[in-house]
Design a protein around this ligand. Structure first.
Ligand code: TYD
Length: 133
């Protein structure tokens, strides 16, 4: 459910010359990372996502700028704003998600538990709702 998703502070190493944030398998992420991808140059007003996954788990990080993630388990919906590079939204499998409110120049970095597989996607909301019954 959406209540299994949380914003995790993956912490940062700070000094006068700036910050560094580390995400390391077996340390501060609850799954093994198999793939990293990032969204950028999202035009103002656009939304992304609009699908669910059967198996995929994700860490979603605003590496730059800000955006919102709306997660939906078929019963409850939650809007989470991400705006700091040390905060990661953990999305568990089986949730519908949408991303919107991208700030100009924002970068949405995604750490994923599996390689890309189109068969893991549910892209039809009615089909998603049927599966949740
Ligand atoms: P999609 O996951 O639908 O994007 P978003 O959820 O951000 O709106 O992917 C968009 C396109 O990119 C789709 O044609 C599949 C392709 N794609 C890959 O080839 N590999 C990947 O790892 C990802 C995430 C997407």
């Amino acid at each position: 459910t959406v209540y299994d998703c949380s914003v995790i502070d993956v912490s940062k190493v700070h000094n006068d010359a700036g910050n560094i944030t580390v995400v390391e398998n077996g340390h501060n992420i609850p799954f093994e990372v198999k793939r990293i991808y990032y969204l950028y140059d999202v035009p103002s007003g656009e939304a992304r996502g609009g699908h669910a996954h059967y198996e995929l788990e994700q860490f979603i990080i605003a590496a730059s700028g800000s955006f919102d993630v709306i997660i939906d388990d078929g019963i409850n919906k939650k809007r989470v704003s991400l705006n700091r590079p040390n905060l990661a939204l953990h999305i568990v499998p089986g949730l519908w998600r949408e991303l919107d409110n991208f700030s100009s120049g924002s970068i949405c970095m995604v750490l994923a538990s599996h390689k890309y597989e189109e068969s893991d996607y549910i892209r039809d909301y009615n089909e998603f709702m049927e599966l949740k019954k």
